[in-house]
Write a protein that binds this ligand. Structure first.
Ligand code: CTP
Length: 211
């Protein structure tokens, strides 16, 4: 059984000293990669920049930008399951500057953004045969969590969505609470340490794939 995961933030260069990014420690994705590997699953983790060590027993590929992340995921396929945990920057500067931009209207003030590829949506839309059997994503929400997460599952074409309430200190914190949304119903995990949550959802993924 093979799994491919994304984790951490992406980093989109503005100029040699600045970037756009999202708040993400990578902890939940790394813990999930490690928990899946502990179940005997062959895991490739495609990670944006984090302060974490490579998880044991996991092939870890380090990238910076969303486009690099998508290319590394495509290289790592085929897989039985794809899990998008990364906090991908939705936008990137259209043309990163080779020189440091000045803080005026012609510099940072004129920054143009273009949309990044949606990695989860791209993998979920692969044709049968190329598409992993199970495609799962995370929905980090600060309000109306379940409404947004249910909608996100359908919009992105994912099979499963783990809804994550990030209104508290979840980002960068050690504990988490998740609600798994599938076509068959909804299940709550936690509140518990992120590695305990990871073990529980790894079991759920393993169980679904073994069926
Ligand atoms: N995701 C992705 N590629 C992107 C954006 C998001 O793979 N370019 C994945 C994330 O890894 C996560 C899921 O999509 O599994 C939802 O991410 P989220 O940031 O919550 O959703 P957005 O698409 O950014 O929606 P919104 O900002 O409207 O909440």
């Amino acid at each position: 059984m093979r799994a491919v995961l994304t984790a951490g933030p992406t980093l989109e260069p503005i100029d040699p000293v600045r970037f756009l990014s999202n708040r993400s420690s990578g902890r939940q994705g790394y813990a999930l990669a490690e928990a899946l590997a502990a179940l005997g699953i062959e895991v490739t983790l495609v990670s944006g920049p984090t302060a974490l060590n490579d998880p044991p027993g996991v092939a870890t590929v380090r990238v910076e930008t969303a486009r690099e992340m998508l290319a590394a995921v495509e290289d790592a396929l085929p897989a039985d399951v794809f899990i998008a945990v990364a906090a991908v920057a939705d936008w990137r500067p259209a043309e990163p500057s080779g020189v440091k931009l000045k803080l005026d209207k012609s510099g940072i003030g004129a920054l143009k953004l273009v949309e990044n590829p949606d990695i989860l949506r791209t993998i979920a839309a692969l044709p049968p045969g190329a598409r992993p059997r199970l495609v799962a994503g995370f929905a980090a929400e600060t309000h109306d969590m379940l409404v947004h997460a249910r909608d996100k599952r359908l919009r992105k074409g994912a099979d499963w969505i783990f809804a994550n309430d990030v209104s508290g200190d979840v980002m960068g914190g050690t504990h988490n609470t998740l609600t798994l949304i599938t076509p068959d119903g909804e299940t709550r995990f936690g509140p518990a340490p992120k590695d305990e949550i990871a073990r529980q959802i790894a079991q759920a993924l393993h169980g679904a794939l073994a069926r």
